[in-house]
Design a protein around this ligand. Structure first.
Ligand SMILES: Nc1ncnc2c1ncn2[C@@H]1O[C@H](COP(=O)(O)OP(=O)(O)OP(=O)(O)O)[C@@H](O)[C@H]1O
Length: 308
């Protein structure tokens, strides 16, 4: 495990005005994987990442990063980490390329700066002072600065927030390459498609605790079962269809001629349904499988939307 967080509590302030940002958070991240921490605004994602980076002291609980204590072993840890903070962290007057080259010089075996500039589409703003960069350019430069040192473990705090679709795709591709190179990535996000595309393991966090975890596929198929819909003649004999399906499937006709099957929808089940239709002379129109998204899962767990 590259990150082990156990019963982590982090409070800001004291007394009555204290805010408990993390309230007993437990998670682990495996080497060479992309681990996503997903949650709405204020869930505690940034606090968790900053505590792993050694910027925040736990009020209780333990944190180990690459087997080390982020505060006590900070000097040994920092050269092995890549950190992309949510905002800022650069000198306003320094030019984009200058900043990146400066950071690259702090590491023993940096990546090729020109390659990163090219990959993250920063060529047109090489000479632009940081304070004049657009939000998206800052974001991409910040990612380049996190990766240039060839980190073993990269913490990326909402790496694609505010990026246009092309920049988002370029960022995703870069993260996939990092994983292919054996880099471990901890990613915070509130974007479903990002998690579904990139994450090996997801922790859904709300109010400072983990409320669900698993692979994206596990999270979207468990509990909240998937749905198969089709249209056909009204009043089909559903008892015979139910008999043909696995026990945990529910079949209904919510309105005449509209059929709904709720359960684990896999290719086998699809074949059973179409075979049943064929045997009964039914043409299933508008046959559609609806997969639950992580958004649905979050809504079911908390009763709230993930995006606010
Ligand atoms: N320095 C601080 N002082 C006081 N409260 C803070 C501080 N930083 C964060 N908080 C509070 O702690 C809670 C968790 O914030 P945090 O930034 O970790 O959440 P987040 O999940 O990263 O949110 P976002 O998606 O908006 O970045 C919030 O209620 C926030 O207001």
């Amino acid at each position: 495990m590259v990150v082990e967080v156990e019963d982590l509590v982090v409070r800001y302030g004291r007394g009555r005005s204290a805010v408990t940002a993390l309230d007993g958070l437990t998670l682990t991240a495996a080497r060479g994987q992309v681990t996503a921490v997903l949650g709405p605004n204020g869930a505690g994602k940034t606090t968790m990442v900053e505590t792993c980076e050694g910027y925040r002291r736990p009020s209780a609980g333990t944190v180990r990063v690459l087997g080390l204590d982020p505060i006590r072993d900070r000097r040994r840890l920092l050269p092995r980490l890549g950190v992309m903070p949510q905002s800022g962290g650069a000198w306003p007057g320094a030019r984009a390329e200058e900043l990146l080259r400066h950071v690259a010089r702090l590491y023993a075996h940096p990546l090729d700066v020109d390659m990163l500039v090219e990959r993250l589409d920063l060529a047109s703003c090489r000479r632009t002072p940081y304070r004049r960069l657009s939000g998206g350019e800052r974001q991409r430069l910040s990612l380049a600065m996190a990766l240039v040192g060839r980190p073993e473990l990269a913490f990326l705090d909402e790496p694609t927030a505010g990026l246009d679709p092309a920049a988002r795709r370029a960022t995703w591709e870069l993260i996939e390459e990092l994983r292919a190179d054996g880099v471990s990535v901890i990613l915070t996000t509130h974007l479903m498609d990002e998690v579904e595309r990139l994450a090996d393991q997801v922790y859904v966090v709300d109010h400072g605790v983990v409320i669900a975890s698993g692979t994206p596929a596990e999270l979207t198929t468990r509990g909240a079962a998937n749905t198969l819909r089709f249209r056909g003649p009204a009043g089909l004999d559903l008892r015979s269809l139910v008999a043909a399906l696995p026990e945990d499937c529910a079949v209904s006709e919510p309105s005449p001629g509209h059929y709904l099957i709720v359960g684990k929808i896999d290719p086998h089940l699809l074949a059973t349904v179409t075979a049943w239709c064929a045997a009964h002379g039914v043409m299933p129109d508008a046959l559609a499988v609806e997969r639950h998204t992580l958004e649905d899962v979050f809504l079911e767990l908390t009763g709230r939307e993930l995006r606010r």
